[in-house]
Write a protein that binds this ligand. Structure first.
Ligand SMILES: Cc1cc2nc3c(=O)[nH]c(=O)nc-3n(C[C@H](O)[C@H](O)[C@H](O)COP(=O)(O)OP(=O)(O)OC[C@H]3O[C@@H](n4cnc5c(N)ncnc54)[C@H](O)[C@@H]3O)c2cc1C
Length: 319
């Protein structure tokens, strides 16, 4: 291994740091401690000073501030991350396994000629860096032993966000991005499903699965969500049936959610669903089947019929 330093590139969108940024810091700080190196955090573009203040969390040694553009841009991120990597010379480069991260991480790895391991759910050190990934539809965990330096993208919702304040040094990093090399621009944002919500940001989720039986019965779930001021999400069959839009799907092929409370009604707890919600702080499941796998990860479980439990909850919360 080289000197054990870790460089984590945080992510922002429309003026806000994405939650995965704090998870990157948590992952990076544990890793740097295990490797005996420092944690460097890079903030590229947007309100760099404000972002630098917010990512100044315990475990961060240096924050590199790159004042380049307002929003994510593939060419700028690829050029600046490559330049930062060459300046810092870390053992491990961490990026989010997000739409943006997956956009520029391969370009950076290619430019640097370092291996890239994507979608990490755990990181450990054993002679070298070991990256844990999920394969076969989340049924199998695979440990990938890597050589360093290496680039890794981490899955959101797998690390607790770093919270304690820190006292990192904040350093501007100047990079000469050749304007002619910037071939893509952000022309605006289009919300997925006009007026709809991002379940990835929701604090309280009421989620529903095939146990709901009929599309009309979704009204019951909507009513409960209204009473609790919660967001409605679903397992894949509900979306495949066209009862709710795709952006409400939780899971491996849907969204990763990290709410404070996740209420699961009539959801069996298949691995592909669990992959999207196991990071919830408190999981409450209601299922008629006492052996449903969802109970293995639930903090509270009710073995019961959702058609009895939901109306009772609505009554209690409305009164
Ligand atoms: C490549 C791949 C990707 C996938 N991606 C996803 C994904 O992103 N998200 C996802 O969710 N799935 C995904 N799946 C599908 C996944 O494997 C499961 O089929 C799906 O999660 C099951 O949904 P469910 O739990 O709602 O339905 P079921 O497995 O049919 O479970 C319904 C549950 O409801 C309970 N129930 C029935 N009636 C009641 C009642 N009246 N009250 C209370 N409980 C009741 C039953 O006991 C049962 O446990 C994926 C599959 C593959 C192969």
């Amino acid at each position: 291994m080289s000197d054990g330093d870790v460089l984590a590139v945080v992510e922002h969108r429309r003026g806000s740091l994405r939650p995965v940024s704090y998870e990157l810091i948590a992952a990076g700080s544990d890793l740097a401690a295990d490797l005996g190196g420092d944690l460097h955090v890079a903030v590229i573009g947007g309100d760099v000073e404000g972002f630098a203040e917010r990512v100044n969390r315990a475990g961060v040694d240096t924050i590199h501030v790159v004042d380049e553009g307002e929003e994510f841009n593939h060419d700028v991120y690829a050029a600046t991350t490559t330049a930062l990597f060459e300046a810092v010379e870390p053992s491990v480069l961490l990026m989010p396994n997000s739409v943006n991260g997956l956009d520029y991480a391969p370009a950076v790895a290619t430019r640097l000629s370092v291996p890239l391991v994507s979608d990490a759910v755990d990181l450990s050190v054993d002679n070298g860096l070991v990256v844990t990934r999920e394969t076969y539809g989340s049924k199998v965990e695979t440990d990938v032993e890597t050589t360093t330096p290496v680039a890794v993208t981490i899955r959101g919702g797998e690390w607790p966000p770093a919270e304690d304040p820190g006292d990192a040094a904040v350093e501007p990093f100047d990079v000469d991005v050749d304007e002619a090399s910037v071939r893509s621009t952000v022309r605006g944002f289009e919300e997925v499903g006009a007026g709809d919500v991002d379940i990835g940001e929701a604090e309280f989720i009421v989620s529903v699965g095939r146990g709901i039986e009929e599309e009309e019965n979704l009204e019951l779930i909507e009513e409960l969500a209204d009473a609790l001021d919660a967001t409605v999400a679903a397992s894949r069959p509900i979306v495949d049936n066209g009862w709710l839009p795709k952006n409400r799907q939780v899971g491996q092929s849907g969204k990763v959610v990290t709410p404070t409370v996740y209420l699961a009604f009539g959801i069996s707890g298949a691995v592909q669903h669990v992959a999207g919600m196991k990071g919830a702080e408190t999981i409450i499941a209601v299922n008629t089947d006492p052996d449903a796998p969802i109970f293995d990860i639930a903090d509270y479980g009710v073995v019961g019929d959702l058609f009895e439990v939901v109306p009772e909850l609505i009554e209690r919360f409305e009164s």
